[in-house]
Ligand binder design. Sequence first.
Ligand code: HEM
Length: 155
Amino acid sequence: MSADDRRDDANDANDANDVDDSEATTLYARLGGDAEVRALVDRFYDAMERLPEAATIRAMHPRNMAGSRQKLYEFLSGWLGGPQLYIEKHGHPRLRRRHLPFDIGTPEATAWMRCMALALDGLPATVSPLLRETVQSQLGQVAAFMRNRPGDSPG
Ligand code: HEM
C-alpha cells in the first residue's frame, strides 16, 4: 500500500460526522436527506458549468457531467452519514488517488469550494447557519487534501 493510499484511508475514515459526536442525528438527516443531497450536487455542478472562475476545473471533467453528478451524490450521501451508495457501487473511495490524474493546486481547490459555497447557499431555510458552516468547512478540508500540484499539495 502506497503512502497516498494510507493517507486516503486515514482521510476517508474521518467522515464529516466525526466533528460532532454529541449529535444523535447525522449531517445527512439534518440537511434533509436524499433529496437535499441530490439537489446540492445539482446546484454544485450547475455552478461549475456557469462560473468563469470554475472554467479550469470544468475542463477537467467529461463534456457530459451526468456521471460526475451521480458519483459525487453517491459519495456525499455516505460521507454525510447517510447510505454508503458510493462504497456499495465502487468500493473504497481512495479519493485522493482518484484525483491524481488531475492537476489540482490551491486555485483549483478554491474554485471547487466556490461552486460548493453557491450550492450550499441554496439549502432550505430550515438548515441552520452553523450546520451549513460545519459542512462547508469539512468539505474545505477534503478539497485541500485533494491538492497534488508539486509545491502546492497538503504535505
Ligand atoms: C479540489 C478540487 C477538486 C477538483 C478539481 C476535482 C475534480 C474532479 C474530476 C475532474 C473528477 C472526474 C470526474 C468524472 O470522472 O466524471 C472528479 C471525480 C470525483 N470527485 Fe473531485 N475534485 C475536487 C475535489 C473533490 C472533493 C472535495 C470531493 C469530495 C468531497 C470530490 C469527490 C469526487 C468524487 C466522489 C469523484 C468520483 C470519483 C470516481 O469514482 O471516479 N472531489 N473530481
